[in-house]
Design a protein around this ligand. Structure first.
Ligand SMILES: [Zn+2]
Length: 245
């Protein structure tokens, strides 16, 4: 995937399966989620193409601490002196890389085709490397004092502490994996809940959609899948209609 600007100062990076985002504020930046470790080369090249470098990144903010969202965080922290922020209930996982329980056993999921693609893409991008983060600053609610001033929207369920980020002045909602538009196990596209088997608490995940429904955003972006431009309310309605997956 070619990195691109989606909205003023909001850029999408990653590959066909996993996204992360850069928010530009003047010449300072926030990295939202950190993909796989192997995404670092793309990040460096993209920043260079824009006359910048990783040292412009003040903060890495995580929607949650799953391995496909934290990969570059430690490297960017070390190289840029960036602060890594993780939601309260995911901060320990960000520090230790120890995984919380999930509703499903991974094994049946592994036998389904698209997840292999995710894993293979992940390995190629260094997902197998340990991605403990040396220093993590926990946060809960409110606005984060980082470039772009994202507003935190607690959306627990996919992980214990999952949050979404709203950028009101850019008209962008970064849903993380509270909603996705690509399903890792079935390959289905369009807004929907992520796989229950890969999530902490599906009922909580469904209830968390309430918090996204009324967000005013022209563009909704996800941890997985293509951006959505019909507004969060329609995305949430579609996810509710589909239900658990
Ligand atoms: Zn994810």
């Amino acid at each position: 995937m070619v990195p691109m600007q989606l909205a003023p100062g909001v850029h999408r990076l990653g590959n066909a399966l996993v996204n992360c985002y850069l928010i530009e504020d003047g010449n300072r930046m926030t990295l939202v989620d950190a993909g796989f470790p192997g995404f670092r080369r793309q990040l460096d090249e993209y920043l260079r193409s824009r006359g910048s470098s990783v040292s412009a990144i003040d903060a890495v903010i995580l929607t949650h601490a799953h391995p496909d969202h934290v990969g570059m965080a430690e490297g960017v922290r070390r190289d840029a002196g960036a602060t890594v922020y993780a939601p309260d209930a995911d901060a320990e996982q960000a520090r230790t890389a120890k995984q919380h329980k999930r509703e499903g056993s991974a094994l049946p999921a592994l036998l389904r085709a698209p997840v292999w693609r995710l894993l293979v893409a992940g390995m190629r991008n260094g997902a197998a490397r340990v991605t403990k983060i040396g220093e993590v600053t926990p946060f809960s609610d409110g606005d984060l004092d980082v470039p772009g001033r994202p507003r935190v929207i607690p959306t627990p369920g996919h992980s214990p502490g999952h949050v979404a980020f709203h950028l009101p002045d850019r008209g962008v909602l970064i849903a993380g994996d509270a909603l996705v538009s690509y399903h890792a196990l079935t390959g289905a596209r369009g807004p929907q809940l992520p796989a229950s088997a890969l999530s902490y608490d599906s009922a909580q995940m469904l209830a968390s959609l309430d918090a996204l429904e009324r967000v005013d955003a022209g563009i909704t972006v996800f941890g997985h899948g293509e951006p959505w431009t019909d507004g969060p309310a329609a995305a949430v309605a579609r996810a509710r209609e589909i239900g658990y997956t």
